[in-house]
Design a protein around this ligand. Structure first.
Ligand code: ZN
Ligand code: ZN
Length: 135
């Protein structure tokens, strides 16, 4: 298998117990349906399903063809709708192409949602502990 971005060889490997098909050149990778949910830690809900829309988002590269399907053009999907992290997605088999560095961006985005939903900010914690000090 050859990379459509940089023409180098794609090889299967295991990352965080998940099988990915990684490019030796640009460090982008293919990931099969269901595995993106496993790769992104602490994701609540189905992040793959939440990331599939049918708008043609702008991306750093053009339309790719799915590595696992015969002659299937991928669509551009916005990760969790509003993140502006644009993923290539195959509507036929559910595979994603993930550009180099996008895993970190996705993880950061998930972590920031987690924080804003549930956890108090560090400022809140500092203020609460100040008020609880004996006067
Ligand atoms: Zn590549
Ligand atoms: Zn496919």
């Amino acid at each position: 298998m050859q990379c459509q971005i940089c023409d180098k060889t794609i090889t299967p490997k295991i990352s965080n117990n998940v099988e990915i098909f990684s490019c030796t050149g640009c460090s982008g990778f293919w990931i099969k349906k269901g595995n993106l949910n496993k790769l992104i830690a602490h994701a609540s809900g189905d992040i793959e399903f939440s990331s599939i829309d049918h708008h043609m988002h702008k991306d750093t590269h053009g339309i790719m063809k799915c590595a696992f399907c015969e002659d299937q053009a991928m669509i551009k999907s916005n990760f969790i709708e509003h993140s502006n992290i644009i993923l290539d997605y195959c509507e036929k088999c559910g595979a994603f192409w993930i550009d180099s560095g996008e895993t970190d961006k996705m993880q950061n985005y998930i972590d920031s949602i987690d924080k804003s939903d549930k956890k108090p900010s560090i400022i809140d914690i500092i203020f609460k502990s100040l008020y609880s000090l004996p006067k």
